[in-house]
Design a protein around this ligand. Structure first.
Ligand code: DQA
Length: 146
């Protein structure tokens, strides 16, 4: 099993950026915990962050050829704007789980709509960094069953 973790714009600033909303963990700490969990489960995982929509689209498009069985994605602000990410995920058909650190449904109205949620296998929001680990557990269950 091979999983891809995609982090969208400004998530490279986690820990520094609005810590009252996004917490004090940096992105490296989140990725390291995921890598540990993946190693224990004996699966491959790659984490990638970009501030650029096209770079995320390129990674999604490359997923099938890279042997990726599942994607965990925090699209960050692109959640609320990106038809391009939606179309890329539809194009490849790789199962994915959408993760948000904050509870987007309890925030500004513009954060309450996602272009991805209705095509996601599942959505996790508001649990902070552990949300990524729950997503990993869920993808392991489903990808190892098929
Ligand atoms: C976020 C929520 C988005 O609305 C915001 O633009 C982000 C992070 C989250 O993880 O809570 O950058 O996806």
């Amino acid at each position: 099993t091979r999983l891809l973790v995609l982090h969208g714009p400004n998530l490279n600033m986690l820990g520094v950026r609005e810590p009252s909303i996004y917490g004090s963990s940096g992105l490296d700490a989140i990725n390291e915990r995921l890598a540990k969990r993946a190693a224990t489960a004996g699966i491959d995982i790659e984490c990638f962050q970009s501030n650029a929509e096209h770079a995320l689209v390129d990674r999604i498009q490359a997923a099938p050829a890279a042997g990726v069985d599942g994607i965990i994605i925090n699209p960050a602000a692109f959640t609320h704007t990106s038809v391009a990410l939606r179309d890329a995920l539809l194009a490849v058909g790789t199962p994915f789980i959408e993760v948000h650190l904050s509870n987007i449904h309890a925030r500004e109205p513009f954060r309450q709509h996602s272009y991805l949620s209705d095509i996601a296998s599942g959505v996790i929001a508001g649990l902070g960094p552990i949300g990524y680990e729950f997503a990993l557990s869920a993808l392991l269950e489903t990808t190892q069953r098929n």
